[in-house]
Design a protein. Structure first.
Length: 255
C-alpha cells in the first residue's frame, strides 16, 4: 500500500523504516497504527529481510501520541486507542528478525513506548527520553508501565513515570534503556552496520534466539531451559548443518 506517514527503504537485507510526520514531531495517531500494522504484515513473511531499523524524520524519533486526536475521546475510546497501540507494538516481537530503534531525537510518551517495544535501542547523543503522561493527567497506554521496569528496574521506572523527568541519551544508557549512544551523524550508519552484522548470521538461529529469549524472560527459569532445549535441535540437519560444515571447512556459510 501507499503510506502517508511511513517511509520504508530496503537496503539489501536490512529494512530502514522512517516515521515521516515531522510537522507533528512524528506524533502517533490512528493513521500511523493502521499503516504500521499493514507494514508489519507486508514484511513478516519476507525472507530477504534480516533486520528492521525504525527511526524518525527531523528532530524527533516520536514525540508522543497525538493529543489533538485524543482530547475528545471517551474513557472507552481511550481504552480502545490503548489496545490498538499495544496490539501493533506487540507484533514487533513476532517478527523473525530483530527490530532496532535508531533514536534520533525526542522519544517521549508513545515514542518511548515504541522504542521500548523494539528488540534493542541505539540512540543519538542528542536523543531525549521521557514518559510525560502524568503532566496531562494521563498514564502511558502502549505498555510503558510494563516494559520500562522490565528494561530498567522498578525504582527508575517509577521515578520516570511519576516525575515525567526527561533524560538524556547517556542517562538512558546508564539505565540500560539503550544499548549504545552515537554521534548524531553516525546514528544510521552505526545502526546499519549492526543490522548488517546480524543479517550475516544464520537466519533461523537469529529467529530462534529472539523467540526463545523473549518467551524465556516471562517464564520460570527451568521452563525457559526446557524451551531452549526444545529449540536447540531445530537447526540440526539444515541451517545448523551448513554453519558447522562451513566452520570445519574454513569457509563462509551459504545461508
Amino acid at each position: 500500500m501507499d503510506y502517508t506517514i511511513l517511509r520504508p527503504e530496503q537496503k539489501g537485507p536490512v529494512m530502514l523504516l522512517t516515521i515521516s510526520r515531522p510537522s507533528a514531531l512524528n506524533a502517533l495517531n490512528s493513521v500511523f497504527f493502521n499503516e504500521m500494522d499493514d507494514f508489519i504484515t507486508s514484511i513478516s513473511g519476507n525472507s530477504e529481510i534480516r533486520a528492521l531499523i525504525i527511526t524518525g524524520e527531523g528532530k524527533a524519533f516520536v514525540a508522543g501520541a497525538d493529543i489533538a486526536e485524543m482530547v475528545n475521546m471517551s474513557p472507552d475510546e481511550g481504552r480502545a486507542f490503548s489496545a490498538r497501540g499495544q496490539a501493533v507494538f506487540n507484533r514487533f516481537a513476532t517478527l523473525p528478525f530483530p527490530v532496532i530503534a535508531a533514536i534520533n531525537g525526542f522519544a517521549l510518551g508513545g515514542g518511548m513506548e515504541l522504542a521500548m517495544a523494539c528488540d534493542f535501542r541505539i540512540a543519538s547523543a542528542t536523543a531525549r527520553f521521557g514518559q510525560p503522561e502524568v503532566n496531562l493527567g494521563l498514564i502511558p497506554g502502549y505498555a510503558g508501565t510494563q516494559r520500562l521496569p522490565r528494561l530498567t528496574n522498578l525504582a527508575d521506572a517509577l521515578w520516570l513515570l511519576t516525575t515525567a523527568e526527561v533524560i538524556d541519551a547517556n542517562t538512558a544508557l546508564q539505565m540500560r534503556l539503550v544499548q549504545k549512544v552515537t554521534e548524531p551523524e553516525a546514528l544510521i550508519p552505526e545502526t546499519m552496520k549492526m543490522a548488517e552484522n546480524i543479517a550475516a548470521k544464520g537466519p533461523m538461529a537469529v529467529k530462534l534466539v529472539k523467540e526463545v529469549t523473549r518467551k524465556g524472560v516471562e517464564m520460570h527459569y527451568q521452563e525457559g531451559e526446557l524451551l531452549e532445549q526444545k529449540h536447540f535441535g531445530d537447526p540440526f540437519g539444515n541451517e545448523g548443518l551448513e554453519g558447522m560444515k562451513a566452520f570445519l571447512e574454513k569457509r563462509k556459510p551459504n545461508w
